[in-house]
Design a binder for this molecule. Structure first.
Ligand code: EPU
Length: 420
């Protein structure tokens, strides 16, 4: 069994570089299915979710290669299969993003339904309703969504989304690039990852306006070419590293972090008493005194990201006073609470609200990771805790954090991976 062992109580000092974004990289990889030409992505993080997606693309028939350490090429000249099988989709919900590109390019796709996942039920109804409006027949059979285009091309349509789903916006935007006519996605997600994807699609020859706003207009074209794009920095990893600096105390500069992607977190860090300095090439945080409580409520971008809720809760667990944390995106994203409580935190959960009363000192304990962000929240708590914390089930962490132990060690944390 592999565990991560952290000896807490060290302040952090120095510079750490943020990796490319997992959640921007994943849709870019699927966008490569829209063309027979080569697509190059620079700065993709080497994390398990990205590697799983590369395996899926290969199974579909794409050629995958890398020329230098940080760039990956995908070439989907022909398909052996248009099926995204259960064994891959069950490990990573983002595989559902194969659906839009496959059905737009080949007229059909068979993609396993993602099923439930630890952080909530996470249905795909918004993806499917949008595709149906674009002329895709959807059938559910044997745990799969079987999609078939009614005509030779999908047709452009008005797509009002019930909720600004990130994945549905990405799937539908990709599908619409090859549709006949104009598609308008209303109530679209506005996350920076959507803009990164739209930028790549435009380089492929797609006609897209409004990505990054609530209304995205896509005028379909007959064919797309390849792309060569840089993946944006991972705002969630950057936010996690900033919170690490704040919880451990000291001063950390996160090189590559973009303040324009992290506004809602930076405001809350300042409210909690952290000094924040945004520079051109990154963001620095310094924490001298004890933190003070700040309330957060997660919401779609530009609101406070659900993917930073667990990490912020770890921070509040050590702050002075009582903070209220409301999780409005996923119904079951408080699994870290019980583990934080085992480390001495005082947290009460009622429905989607957690009341956190900060304690002067957390204490190290053996704890268990339950999902990606929950696991990193335990790493953060451990940095501030008295004594040693041992975190098991660290494979969750490897899905989305690149070289985390190495990065935290480089700024002074005492953290190591132990293989028993
Ligand atoms: N939803 C529906 N129906 C749908 C789609 C979504 O009801 O058809 C609901 C979900 O159940 C959820 C909410 O809408 O309650 C938000 O889901 P969304 O579709 O926006 O999320 P996602 O695309 O599945 C991406 C990230 C998540 C991140 C969310 C929210 C990727 C690969 N994943 O997921 O990242 O939490 O957006 O920002 O981009 C993570 O990295 O740890 C992670 C979970």
């Amino acid at each position: 069994m592999t565990t991560i062992v952290i000896k807490g109580g060290r302040t952090l000092q120095g510079t750490v570089r943020v990796s490319g974004s997992k959640n921007a990289g994943l849709p870019l990889l699927f966008a490569a299915l829209l063309t027979a030409e080569r697509c190059t992505m620079r700065g993709l993080p080497r994390v398990v979710d990205i590697l799983t997606t590369l395996r899926l693309l290969e199974r579909l028939g794409a050629r995958v290669g890398d020329d230098e350490f940080s760039s990956i090429m995908v070439e989907a000249r022909e398909f052996y299969s248009t099926e995204a099988p259960y064994d891959l989709v069950k490990t990573m919900r983002a595989s559902f993003l194969a659906l839009g590109p496959l059905v737009a390019r080949t007229g059909r796709a068979r993609v396993s339904t993602p099923g439930g996942c630890a952080i909530g039920s996470r249905p795909v109804d918004i993806h499917l309703a949008g595709l149906e409006r674009m002329g895709v027949r959807i059938r559910h059979a044997h745990g799969y969504v079987e999609a078939e285009a009614e005509g030779p091309r999908l047709r452009g349509a008005k797509l009002p989304l019930d909720f600004p789903s990130v994945g549905a916006t990405e799937n539908l935007m990709m599908a619409a690039t090859l549709a006949d006519g104009v598609t308008v996605i209303e109530n679209a997600a506005r996350e920076p990852e959507i803009e990164n994807l739209a930028g790549a699609l435009v380089r492929m020859g797609a006609r897209i306006e409004g990505a990054g706003t609530s209304n995205i207009t896509i005028e379909g074209v007959r064919e797309l070419g390849g792309f060569d794009v840089q993946v944006i920095p991972d705002r969630i990893e950057a936010g996690t590293l900033l919170i690490a600096g704040a919880i451990a105390g000291g001063s950390v500069y996160v090189e590559g972090a973009r303040a324009d992607h992290l506004d809602s977190l930076l405001v809350k860090l300042e409210e909690a008493g952290v000094e924040v300095e945004s520079r051109d090439g990154g963001i620095a945080v310094t924490r001298r005194d004890r933190l003070v409580a700040a309330d957060v409520r997660t919401s779609p971008h530009p609101g406070f990201p659900t993917d930073l809720q667990a990490q912020f809760m770890a921070l509040m667990a050590t702050a002075e006073g009582r903070s209220v944390i409301i999780e409005d995106i996923f119904e079951n994203r408080f699994m870290h609470v019980q583990e934080l409580v085992r480390m001495g935190a005082d947290i009460k959960v009622e429905g989607k609200t957690a009341a956190v009363r900060g304690v002067p000192q957390l204490s190290g304990a053996p704890v268990m990771a339950t999902d990606l962000r929950a696991s990193v929240c335990l790493v953060l708590a451990a940095l501030a805790a008295h004594n040693t914390t041992e975190i098991s089930r660290v494979y969750h962490l490897d899905r989305g954090y690149e070289r985390l132990e190495e990065k935290l060690s480089s700024v002074g944390a005492c953290i190591s991976r132990v293989r028993a």
